[in-house]
Design a protein around this ligand. Structure first.
Ligand SMILES: *Cc1c(COP(=O)(O)O)cnc(C)c1O
Length: 378
């Protein structure tokens, strides 16, 4: 079955009890048993819920995974994957990392005895160089946020595999429509379904996928033991959202490519970061590893941080907001919003300009988006 068909049908057979075509919101915490211990496979909704199960099956199929698990947020999914590690273990992590993930690693898990080394994963040899005999996981985001750097999943999997190091990929930016890390050799995929998978900025959720049964069993144990599960209504909304992921991603990408080319052609813009531009240093890797370039881009306008703040304030179709991946376009000034907690010296060292603006390009009309940026840049 192809992607668009799986998104609409897998896990979503007509309801056996009523024939309902759409998976119902099973708003129940418990299930009546015929005799003690004799039930229909459902006993308590932290452990298992039919609406969540439908979403888990559907999302697993989109990642070509044998197993999938849903969580209350992307961070809860990330915590479940990191719980595969124990005190004393070490992980190698992309240095251009989602801020909430950095906070979890640095402020919570480090206290629990894990250690982390942050490297530029766009160079696989820097990953190899950071491995120690304590390393049990490599954690990638690709493309990264907000500099849109890529990591070569296949090359890094070839480094991790022989050493028994788990490779986990946060696939939130690319989405399963554009990139399937398990097919490229990763062991674990993590998503914030809050973003493109849900797609409508109306619910928070997370997801993990794996092919190895031992990894799935351990993360499922964590899901039930810790209990950071999504409610049935959130699962329903995410399942409704994911049905249109294929059509949305095509529109996101078409608009993002147009906006990237528009910005790159302007003399008052210093730099544009988008994997689909000829100027992106990893265009070839993007073409090899992804089926498209996605809806996220960043750019540095000339005129310094004051002008960037003015542009972010003046857009009307692009809302000034954190988050990404919804049908509506968003603009964000990472240094004053999502990335403010990173010290200036570190930002400079990573090439993150104080003037950088990030766009989550939505699926409004291309003409309106470009007109909005034109007036804001003026
Ligand atoms: C938003 C996001 C997360 C965290 O997800 P939540 O659903 O907000 O908990 C993790 N990784 C990336 C890349 C994200 O964009």
């Amino acid at each position: 079955m192809d992607f668009a068909t799986k998104a609409i049908h897998v896990g979503q057979e007509a309801d056996p009890a009523t024939g309902a075509t759409i998976v119902p919101i099973y708003q129940t915490s418990t299930y009546t048993q015929r005799a003690p211990g004799e039930h229909l496979g459902f006993d308590y909704s932290r452990t298992i819920n039919p609406t969540r199960l439908a979403l888990e099956r559907c999302l697993a199929s989109l990642e070509n995974a044998r197993f999938g698990l849903c969580f209350a947020s992307g961070m809860a999914a990330t915590a479940a994957a990191l719980d595969l590690l124990s005190a004393g273990d070490h992980a190698v992590v992309t240095d251009d990392l989602y801020g909430g993930t950095f906070r979890l690693f640095d402020k919570v898990l480090r206290r629990d005895g894990l250690s982390f080394t942050y490297v530029d994963v766009s160079d696989p040899s820097s990953v190899a160089g950071a491995l120690t005999d304590k390393t049990r996981m490599v954690w990638l985001e690709t493309p990264t946020n907000p500099l849109m750097k890529l990591a070569d999943i296949k090359a890094i999997a070839a480094i991790c595999g022989p050493r028994g190091v788990l490779l986990a990929v946060d696939n939130t930016f690319a989405t399963p429509f554009l990139q399937n890390p398990l097919d490229l050799g990763a062991d674990i995929v993590v998503h914030s379904t809050t973003k493109y998978i849900g797609g409508h900025s109306d619910t928070v959720g997370g997801f993990t996928a794996a092919n190895r049964e031992d990894l799935h069993t351990a993360m499922k144990f964590h899901q039930n033991a810790v209990g950071a599960v999504p409610g049935p209504l959130d699962c329903f909304l995410t399942l409704r959202g994911v049905k249109t992921l294929a059509v949305r991603m095509r529109e996101h990408e078409r608009n993002a490519q147009a906006v990237a080319e528009f910005l790159a052609a302007r003399t008052d813009v210093e730099q544009v970061y988008y994997p689909g531009l000829a100027s992106h240093p990893q265009l070839e890797l993007a073409k090899r590893q992804m089926r498209g370039f996605g809806g996220m881009l960043s750019f540095v306008p000339k005129g310094g941080v004051q002008r960037s703040r003015a542009i972010a304030t003046k857009t009307k179709v692009f809302s000034l907001a954190e988050s990404l991946g919804g049908v509506e376009s968003l603009i964000c000034h990472p240094v004053s919003m999502t990335h403010g907690s990173i010290p200036k010296e570190e930002r400079d060292a990573h090439g993150l300009s104080d003037a950088l603006l990030r766009l989550s390009v939505g699926i409004e009309s291309e003409r309106d988006l470009i007109a909005d940026l034109t007036q804001a840049l003026a």
